[in-house]
Design a protein around this ligand. Structure first.
Ligand code: CA
Length: 329
């Protein structure tokens, strides 16, 4: 009897200790963000690519969002449909004058009839990343933001894990010029699925500085906001409304010197001084900065620049690096 009680006490103590340490430990490690899903292995922004990213234990899974003609939130990287689907074959004649097929010109029901595939170059018809999933094989479809959230939340329920979402509002100014206001649509869907507060397991990202400011101040969004950037910007100004930045890797590692050593900008230091998280894009083991190996790139970003996360096409490789090589802060 006494032995059993002691055993129970011991187990309780272990759980208390683990329970106390684990969240601290998890907080200190950078986050692994599956960029468009595990898109190095399956066509980007398809549900199978998201499920694979989940299986690879990504911390966050990314959704790019554009609107359809009937105002639905579609998960796709571009405002165009023609680089990742067979829209040109299925709906010839529906291109605009520039020859492109826009998601905004098609209803969700029409888009659901399209086959999705690995990203290809329209002019040549060949895959952008030659070594990835073969073009036009198997059967993939596009999906809505709601469908993807339900997949991730469903997996969170069935596995007991807690993977976050990382939606990006695409081209809000362009949507507005077409008569659509995308941000309130996305924020409403997020709220419907329980994402309303800073502590919820989500980051909301956008390249448009004015729009992200509007999301914070005018739309009163309390979620963690990430300002995406591709060139120099006012770090202090961004810190007034965002929780972090998503810079292009080239903004952090500007070059390599004659000895092959990476040259860092002061962006990471400056962002940290302003209390901003840094989640650079994009780690691609099959498309690395000139003169750098995958290992050197991750080592530089995590252990020299000290970034807080990474958008990764290869969430398995970035996961392994974070777990085994990143020095805890
Ligand atoms: Ca994105």
């Amino acid at each position: 009897m006494r032995g059993i009680i002691m055993k129970k006490l011991l187990i309780s103590a272990i759980f208390l200790i683990l329970g106390g340490l684990m969240p601290l430990y998890a907080k200190e490690l950078p986050v692994n963000i599956a960029h468009r899903g595990a898109c190095a292995y399956l066509p980007e922004h398809t549900l199978p690519a998201k499920a694979l990213a989940y299986g690879m234990e990504a911390d966050y899974i990314e959704q790019d969002v554009v609107l359809t003609k009937d105002g639905k939130a579609l998960v796709i990287h571009d405002i165009h449909l023609d680089t990742v689907t067979d829209v040109a074959q299925k709906f010839p004649g529906r291109a605009r004058d520039d020859g492109r097929y826009y998601a905004l010109d098609f209803t969700l029901a029409e888009i659901k009839t399209l086959k999705a595939c690995e990203r290809f170059d329209i002019a040549s018809g060949t895959a952008v990343f030659a070594g990835r999933f073969p073009l036009w094989k198997s059967d993939f479809r596009l999906h809505t933001l709601e469908e993807e959230i339900e997949l991730i939340q469903g997996l969170n329920k069935s596995t007991g894990r807690n993977v976050g979402i990382y939606p990006e509002i695409k081209d809000p100014a362009w949507h507005r010029a077409q008569g659509y206001d995308i941000s309130p649509v996305v924020i409403r869907i997020l709220a419907d699925y329980g994402y309303t507060k800073a502590e919820d397991n989500i980051y909301l990202q956008c390249f448009d500085f004015e729009e992200l400011k509007r999301i914070r101040h005018e739309l009163k969004c309390e979620l963690k906001l990430i300002q995406l950037t591709e060139e120099d910007f006012d770090v202090a100004a961004v810190a007034s409304y965002a929780n972090g930045i998503g810079p292009w890797i080239k903004q952090i590692i500007t070059d390599i010197d004659a000895n092959g050593r990476p040259i860092l900008s002061d962006l990471a230091t400056s962002a940290k001084a302003h209390g901003l998280k840094i989640h650079p894009y994009t780690f691609r083991a099959d498309s690395l900065p000139a003169g750098m190996s995958a290992d050197q790139l991750l080592e530089t970003l995590f252990n020299q620049a000290g970034v807080d996360g990474i958008f990764s096409d290869f969430p398995d490789i970035s996961r392994d690096f974070i777990r085994t090589r990143v020095k805890a802060k």
